[in-house]
Design a protein around this ligand. Sequence first.
Ligand code: C2E
Ligand code: CA
Ligand code: CA
Length: 441
Amino acid sequence: MVARSEAKATGASPDADVDPLTGIPSRQAFLKRLEARLTQEAVPRCALLLIGIDDFRAFNDMHGFGEGDAILRQVARRLRDASPRDAELGRVGGDEFGVLLPSISDPTLVRHISAAILSLLSEFHEVEGRRHHVLASVGACVVPAAGNDVSEVLASASLALGRAKRDGGRTIRFFKPQMRTDVATRLSLVQALREAYAQRQFELLYQPQVDLRDGRVVGAEALMRWRHPTLGLLQPASFIDALAASNVAGDVGMWLLHTACAQARVWTLGFANAPRVAINLFAAQLAESRLLTEVRHVLRELQLAPERLELEITETIALQQGDEISDQLQALRRDGVTLTCDDFGTGYASLSFLKSFPVDRLKIDQSFIRNVTQDPVDAAIVHSLIDVGASLRIGVVAEGVETAEQRDFLLANGCYEAQGYLYGRPMSAERLTEYIRSQTG
Ligand code: C2E
Ligand code: CA
Ligand code: CA
């Protein structure tokens, strides 16, 4: 078999078996080879890898298709370098590549090869002097466990790839039969979420953030709930990941922005020292280039000062974004909007991240606060996170403060703002209004 035939994309007659962009076998040719392999023996043993580039659409949006095409060509070349000699390659989708390992079905070996591929792909790509970093994921399956015919085997690898991407990308996942039912559950959840949005079943609760020195409410984080018609009030844990990954996230995110800003406006009308309102951004909102214009539009429409709005963004989400998003967020900061790094300390590059992604506040993750008064390691971590804030001269807020001892620890270590059950659970806007009123007397 012509395993890694370098096709000549320059020939006069276009060859349907060759992908014109990368020169490797097309989807059609690749599937033919997979078919041949699956029918060669009574019980064939082989493995299929599907390699997908993480967030390639965002890359194209950001850098243009020309640069995207160059990346795809380099990926194809690196795949060939990283794959065993007898592997069959193919471009099976826009940003998806297939690698058929015709004589390998040992999962350990498959994992080993997948890891080698990922590591080679994650090295810098250079396009006309510009360096790009793209990350990829692998969905792997072994035959016969993954199915008997082409469509079944391909679907299995595809489910595994989907899982790898949902688990955050740049990782390898093996197909498991369970994934078939998982996807069915998720699809109906996404459908239900779309309906929930259309029927206005989402609500926002607000959790106070206080100044520890005087207990005054200085901010409120908007937190979403789903008032399900039959299941009652649902916490984000049961739906937020599915929502964030779905295409409803952009719309819900805009609704959220609008609703929270409208509430902030109500508070500025009612109180001299109105709390700032914080919202959590979805990755999907950042992937769209309209974030800057939307935020400015909402603020103008509601006549709300930018200082009244805070955007919380997790490090993981921020890291997935390119320069353009970063520029938009920095423009909002210059307008006066507060940008906060949520769950600070849980990411893998918190310090270097702050260098490339300046923020106004750090929110220390609740996992460090939980045992801060018992566990000396947590105490040391919180202490040094507060130090980071101090040396960068940016605010620090602690989340998940439940006890007076935790509050005292924070005060003693120089952290003056906190959010947590000690001060209040997420509550309706009306209840928080009462809360603030009782303070201002
Ligand atoms: P998060 O942004 O880290 O929000 C803080 C979570 O910690 C909230 O849970 C809050 O109720 C909880 N919490 C606050 N204080 C305490 C405490 O003292 N003790 C304990 N044990 N927990 C405390 P919630 O409301 O269930 O939200 C969970 C996550 O769901 C949020 O984590 C956020 O990642 C996501 N989420 C919630 N609402 C939204 C939203 O409107 N948009 C986006 N993008 N994500 C949201
Ligand atoms: Ca948050
Ligand atoms: Ca958090």
